[in-house]
Design a binder for this molecule. Structure first.
Ligand code: DC
Length: 221
């Protein structure tokens, strides 16, 4: 690790690749904290939905962003002190989060908050632009991928386990729609940082992915 590198692990990658579960487990192994930036974008989408404002209404959006009170604790997401961890996983919020996260002003405000939180180091942060924009000085950058089919299969099994049977083709179509939106947007599109290491997890278990990231980090620490 170079002297200027921040002791922070950035995990980026597409939807449904298992970043959150992986990042949480890596943080637990290292005794570090975990920041889920996707949950922050989802919280803003929920706040926008509840306020009934349009992303095009600049003054209303600015007012909402200036009052934004977000917090994460023990893997739960809070908005103004309310636990919104379940609410941000609704289909409606999942639909709204793509346009909200493509909005330059929304990103500016959240990136600023993320930088403030992680500045001291000792964090595992997952998202789409952590290694490329938010923490370019992170000591360890991982770009986690898996084939769309492998991601759709995992998501399908997860939904089934929750008693929410889904159609695997619909899950795949939704993932591909989100991949396209995330990687083609003008602001901070999903891409691998030049100094990130890519790990294709299509044929790996969660434990293998966690072991790989922890070993990579320790090798450079
Ligand atoms: O990881 P997730 O599905 O909870 O993320 C929700 C949305 O937020 C997804 O459309 C991508 C977007 N996002 C982003 O643009 N930048 C991040 N750092 C994290 C998530």
């Amino acid at each position: 690790m170079t002297a200027s590198a921040l002791p922070l692990i950035a995990i980026d990658g597409p939807s449904g690749v298992g970043k959150s579960t992986t990042a949480r487990r890596v943080a637990a192994r290292l005794g570090w904290q975990y920041l889920d930036t996707g949950a922050m974008y989802r919280a803003v989408a929920l706040a926008i939905q509840r306020a009934g404002i349009s992303l095009d209404d600049a003054p209303a959006l600015e007012g909402l962003l200036s009052r934004l009170d977000l917090a994460q604790d023990q893997g739960r997401m809070f908005l103004g002190g309310e636990d919104i961890s379940e609410a941000i996983r609704s289909q409606e919020v999942t639909r709204l989060v793509s346009p909200a996260s493509a909005h330059a002003r929304v990103r500016e405000v959240l990136v600023e908050q993320q930088r403030r939180i992680g500045a001291s180091g000792g964090w595992v942060v997952d998202g789409r632009d952590i290694g490329t924009v938010v923490f370019t000085q992170a000591c360890c950058k991982v770009f986690l991928t898996a084939s769309p089919e492998a991601r759709a299969r995992r998501r399908f099994l997860e939904l089934e386990a929750k008693g929410q049977p889904a159609d695997v083709d619909e899950v795949l179509t939704d993932l591909q729609r989100r991949d396209l939106a995330d990687s083609t947007r003008a602001v901070a599109p999903l891409r691998k940082a030049e100094d990130a290491t890519e790990l294709d997890s299509s044929d790996l278990s969660l434990d293998q992915v966690v072991d790989w990231i922890v070993a990579k980090h320790l090798a450079h620490a």
